[in-house]
Design a protein around this ligand. Sequence first.
Ligand SMILES: Nc1ncnc2c1ncn2[C@@H]1O[C@H](COP(=O)(O)OP(=O)(O)OP(=O)(O)O)[C@@H](O)[C@H]1O
Ligand SMILES: [Mg+2]
Length: 385
Amino acid sequence: MLDRLTLTNFKAFQHLELPLGPLTLLTGLNSSGKSSVLQALGLLHQSHAAGDLDRAGAGHVSGSGFLLNGELVGLGTGQDVLHEDFTGDEPAITLAVDEGPYRYSWTVAYEPEQNLLPLIDAELPATTEGTEGPAGDAAVIPSYFTAGFQYLHADRISPAEFYPRDHHAAIGRGFLGVRGEHTVNYLRHHARDEIPEGPLRHPRAESALLLDQAAAWMGELCPGVDLQAAAIEGTDSVRLSYGFGGALGTNHRRRPTNVGFGLTYALPIVVACLTTRPGSLVLLENPEAHLHPRAQTRMAGLAAAAAARGGQLIVETHSDHVLNGARLAVKSGALAPEDVLPHYFRGDGTGADVVSPRVDRDGLLDQWPEGFFDELENTLDQLLS
Ligand SMILES: Nc1ncnc2c1ncn2[C@@H]1O[C@H](COP(=O)(O)OP(=O)(O)OP(=O)(O)O)[C@@H](O)[C@H]1O
Ligand SMILES: [Mg+2]
């Protein structure tokens, strides 16, 4: 599990050290740097996947650097990502992650027009001759580079008649796509995978199989719904359909375009949580999007279940219902209080300012900074005065 992310001279942050836990919530003002935190993790992941952080061992550097534009993030060029008021003698960007006792840190030089920023330094856990590093071999990398990984952006695919059937992403790598575009194909292919007994297995699903489990969790958001995902013969497409029971029975299917926006928009989040295994990292932007308040709370319950299963979730949210769902998960004993880390970003775009309330055993917070989900109270005060 990632315990900490440290950013130096990256986008809005001159310097930020952010503690991470099984369920980390990034909350706060618009443009305060929440997505940038997720982007930093995505940037490292895609740079590694492209081979650009490979073999950057302690004492020598031979990887090529940060790949700014790729499958996970498209950040532009050096001048877009270097913090405009950079700290240090030279303009350089450092991203570091801590996993348990191990720290991995990479520094790249500033090249204003380049989209591959060259690696100039790497501090990685030492592997001395005859002893193994944390990864168990000479390639010293954080385990999140190779464990299960999902990253869903705020801007996901909207309900459609057909979805792409990309074998490599959905089946080979089990990746749902940053817009959730491979979710339906993933569901089709993995429909009969079993969700193991434990916090993620929905007790009232028809079976332990992924498709029934996904339908049961979707039923938490929209009662009575069931799902089908089928390939369309002779095409590179898959089709999703919903059933709602009713007089025509479950054989009567409805297209995603005819069941409202929220269900299909939420499906990738539900599936991402269900794919979580011990060691997985799941980055979610705004899982609450297009859901009504109770469904938002339930969605947080699912994220908490994924964390209780042993995954790590970092969730950007504007929803007090998501925060409250996580607090309820603590109160119910599904997660320990120290497993939920809410951070409140209140930077104004010119600097980082993060406050981190702590959750206690009853799900209560030790502080409630001004502007931190206090709008309901503010409005009620005005209404009642
Ligand atoms: N090179 C840079 N130097 C300084 N600040 C930057 C740089 N690039 C981006 N920023 C700032 O970083 C912030 C990026 O915000 P980010 O997208 O992380 O916001 P967010 O908190 O996710 O917002 P939202 O809630 O709207 O999704 C913006 O305030 C932007 O002005
Ligand atoms: Mg954002």
